[in-house]
Design a protein. Structure first.
Length: 94
C-alpha cells in the first residue's frame, strides 16, 4: 500500500466517524438543534456525508477502489430496511 492509499483510507475512516458522531448528536438533541456549530444537526449530517462521498470519489478516481453503482443492491437494501422497520413496529405494539 502506498502513502496515498494509506492516507485516503485513514481519512475515509475519520469521515465515517464524523458521520456517526453527527448522527449521534441528532439522536440525542434532534435534527433542528445547532450543537457547537452554525449548522443544524440535520445539516451537519449532510455536510459530513458529503465529505465522506468526496473521499470515496477520490479513492475511485485514483483506482484504489472500484466505483460501486448497483441499482439492484440498492433495491435489496430498501427491502431489508422496510423489513426491519415492520419488525420494529410490530415489537413496539406489544
Amino acid at each position: 500500500m502506498d502513502k496515498l492509499e494509506m492516507n485516503l483510507l485513514y481519512i475515509l475512516g475519520e469521515e465515517c466517524s464524523e458521520v456517526v458522531q453527527a448522527i449521534s448528536k441528532a439522536n440525542r438533541f434532534g435534527f433542528d438543534t445547532k450543537f457547537e456549530s452554525n449548522l443544524t444537526n440535520a445539516e451537519k449530517i449532510s455536510y459530513e456525508i458529503a465529505d465522506l462521498v468526496a473521499v470515496y470519489e477520490m479513492l475511485v478516481e485514483h483506482n484504489i477502489i472500484p466505483k460501486y453503482d448497483d441499482k439492484l443492491k440498492q433495491l435489496k437494501k430498501d427491502k431489508v430496511i422496510n423489513l426491519y422497520k415492520e419488525f420494529t413496529n410490530s415489537k413496539n405494539k406489544k
